[in-house]
Structures are given as C-alpha cells and as structure tokens.
Write a protein that binds this ligand. Structure first.
Ligand code: INI
Length: 155
C-alpha cells in the first residue's frame, strides 16, 4: 500500500478566508488562529486574503466567489452561530453548512468549514480561543492538507 503524501507545508499556497461579522468577538479569534497557523506552515501572510461578510448565512456565497476566482488553493469559512441568540439557528447554521459544502464540491477548490455552531456563547468562545480549542488553527491545517491532497490526486 502506498499512502499519498500530504505534508502540512503551506509554502506557495494562496488561501482565502471568509468571516462572518455577526458574533465578531468569536470570529476575530478564529481569524487570528487561522492566520497564525497558516503562516506557521509556511503560507506567506501576503498570500492570505480576508473578506468579512454580515453573518454565517452570507459566508457560502463569498466563499464560492473566492473559489471561482482561481486565485486561491483553499478557502476557509469562519463564523459563529449561537443557538441561544436566535430562533432561526437551525436555518442559519444549516444553510451555512450546506452552502459551504456545495461551494467546495461545485468548484473543486477545498472550502473548509469553520463556522462554529454552539448552544452558548461560552462554548463558542472556548472553541475559538487560540489558547484553548483553536478551531481556526484546525481549519488552517485542513485547508493546507486538502490543497496538497487535491494537487497530488490531480497531478
Ligand atoms: N449570523 C451568524 O453568523 N450567527 C448567528 O448566531 C446569527 N443569528 O443569531 O441570527 C446570524 N444571523 C445573521 C445571518 O447570518 C445573516 O447575516 C442575516 O440573516 C442577513 O442575511
């Protein structure tokens, strides 16, 4: 058996980030964690573009536009949907998740799902915190791994 090598090496990769401004006290931490881990893996900070949108519901469309542009090897989607704050949690969270998945499948560009869906603000803060859950860093890892894997599979 031969395992396909997908090193977590971001050298030369270009990455787009889309972040929802709603609950930006959470999204800011996710952005910081994603950016720091991308740079730690060798992605040039100048090769990371960040686009803010109103909320998680808007994230998929912006992510698709980034993916379709041909300028990015991967797109990371960040945001926070918190159940306690909205009766339409399930719609916002569900549409964000399925739209983000479709953006990746339809464009062939890895689109990573970093929109937190939690019951409470505290849960969201813990998962986003760069010193605790650091979900942003996990998304950076997934973006680089998928970019490398797809390049290997397509070569
Ligand atoms: N957007 C979020 O990103 N998180 C939320 O928790 C949220 N709540 O609670 O409603 C939220 N709503 C806004 C939504 O994403 C859109 O921006 C808005 O409906 C305009 O289309």
């Amino acid at each position: 058996m031969k395992t396909i090598d997908t090193p977590l090496d971001g050298t030369g990769l270009r990455v787009g980030i889309v972040a929802g401004r709603f609950n930006d006290f959470v999204s800011n931490n996710l952005v910081d964690g994603t950016r720091a881990r991308l740079v730690a893996m060798g992605v040039a900070d100048d090769d990371v573009d960040l686009a803010w949108v109103a909320g998680a519901f808007e994230v998929p469309l912006a992510a698709r536009a980034m993916a379709e542009s041909g300028r990015y090897d991967a797109v990371v989607c960040l945001g926070a949907v918190i159940r306690g704050e909205t009766p339409h949690f399930d719609y916002v969270a569900g549409e964000a998740a399925s739209g983000i998945m479709r953006a990746g499948h339809d464009t062939g560009v890895p689109v990573v799902f970093g929109v937190l869906t939690t019951d409470t603000i505290e849960q969201a803060m813990e998962r986003a915190d760069v010193d605790r859950g650091d979900k942003g860093a996990d998304c950076a890892d997934a973006a680089v791994e998928m970019a490398r894997l797809l390049a290997a599979l397509r070569s």
